[in-house]
Design a protein around this ligand. Structure first.
Ligand SMILES: Nc1ncnc2c1ncn2[C@@H]1O[C@H](COP(=O)(O)OP(=O)(O)OP(=O)(O)O)[C@@H](O)[C@H]1O
Ligand SMILES: C[C@H](N)[C@H](N)CCCCCC(=O)O
Ligand SMILES: [Mg+2]
Length: 243
């Protein structure tokens, strides 16, 4: 089947919302979808994490797999050490994702923070996971000033490890974009060398499931070839403020 890694230029850029949008789009296309969050940090054992948010937005038919959870809102390796809980092991994470992928048409893997955040033992990162799985990645980025550098650095880190980058998704597109945000619609694909797959309007994460699914189908798409399903390539959806 297919694995797609969802990384970002940092934490809080909208990876979870974008993962939910990709999952909702794939479910609406009739696919068996799973989302794996290898390492959730910053939540207690009884608190909802990213996967609960993805289920709220994308629906109950998306299977969810969380591999480790640590209470401190830190990078997973640091949070693991401080908690005394075991660190994640790269091979175990890869094997777990492969098992999920065997049972689904599309398995989305959401990282923690940005692409070089250390997830576990020996400082492995989401780049190592994607490389081991030969899985492409999408990069969720901010809309405004500063995102060009962060996005270019993130895509360069993927390229350096021969991880294909399917494109960039803007996690929260403002209702009234400023000059930098408007310019970034052309500059993001230019400086990263990968397509802009779409923009999620700011506020999308606060919608109910039906409205979110409708929006997701309009706003983001995964390029053909990432999976057996082909979703129309969105150069720039209306949600990015261009027709
Ligand atoms: N398009 C959006 N609409 C509404 N809220 C959003 C949107 N994008 C991000 N947010 C909000 O911003 C916060 C951070 O977003 P999100 O959880 O997706 O970040 P993240 O990149 O997944 O962070 P982490 O590294 O912790 O996984 C959340 O409260 C989320 O609801
Ligand atoms: C707590 C946060 N929401 C994420 N789960 C973890 C982000 C780690 C970022 C580490 C760093 O880049 O400084
Ligand atoms: Mg998240």
């Amino acid at each position: 089947m297919s694995v797609l890694v969802v990384t970002g230029t940092s934490t809080d850029v909208g990876k979870t919302v974008a993962t939910a949008a990709l999952a909702a789009d794939a479910r609406a296309a009739g696919l068996r979808v799973a989302v794996c969050k290898p390492a959730q940090t910053g939540v207690t054992d009884d608190a909802p994490g990213d996967l609960r948010e993805i289920r709220r937005l994308a629906g109950p038919d998306v299977d969810l797999v969380e591999l480790a959870r640590y209470p401190d809102p830190l990078a997973p390796d640091t949070a693991a050490r401080r908690s005394g809980r075991p660190l994640l092991d790269l091979q175990a994470v890869v094997d777990a994702i492969r098992r999920v992928d065997d049972e689904h048409d599309l398995t989305l893997v959401e990282g923690a923070g940005g692409v070089l955040v250390r997830l576990g033992a020996e400082g492995f990162t989401l780049v190592d996971v994607a490389a081991a799985l030969a899985a492409p990645a999408v990069v969720v980025a901010a809309a405004g000033l500063g995102t060009l550098n962060h996005s270019a650095l993130t895509v360069a880190a993927l390229r350096a490890a021969d991880v294909a980058c399917a494109g960039v998704i803007v996690g929260a597109w403002p209702e009234e974009p400023d000059l930098a945000e408007r310019c970034n619609l052309d500059d993001l694909p230019e400086v990263t060398g990968v397509p802009l797959l779409g923009c999620l309007p700011a506020g999308a994460g606060r919608l109910d499931r039906a409205a979110f699914t409708t929006l997701a189908r309009r706003c983001v798409s995964v390029p053909a070839g990432v999976s057996r399903w082909t979703v129309s390539q969105s150069t720039r959806s209306a949600s990015c403020g261009t027709s």
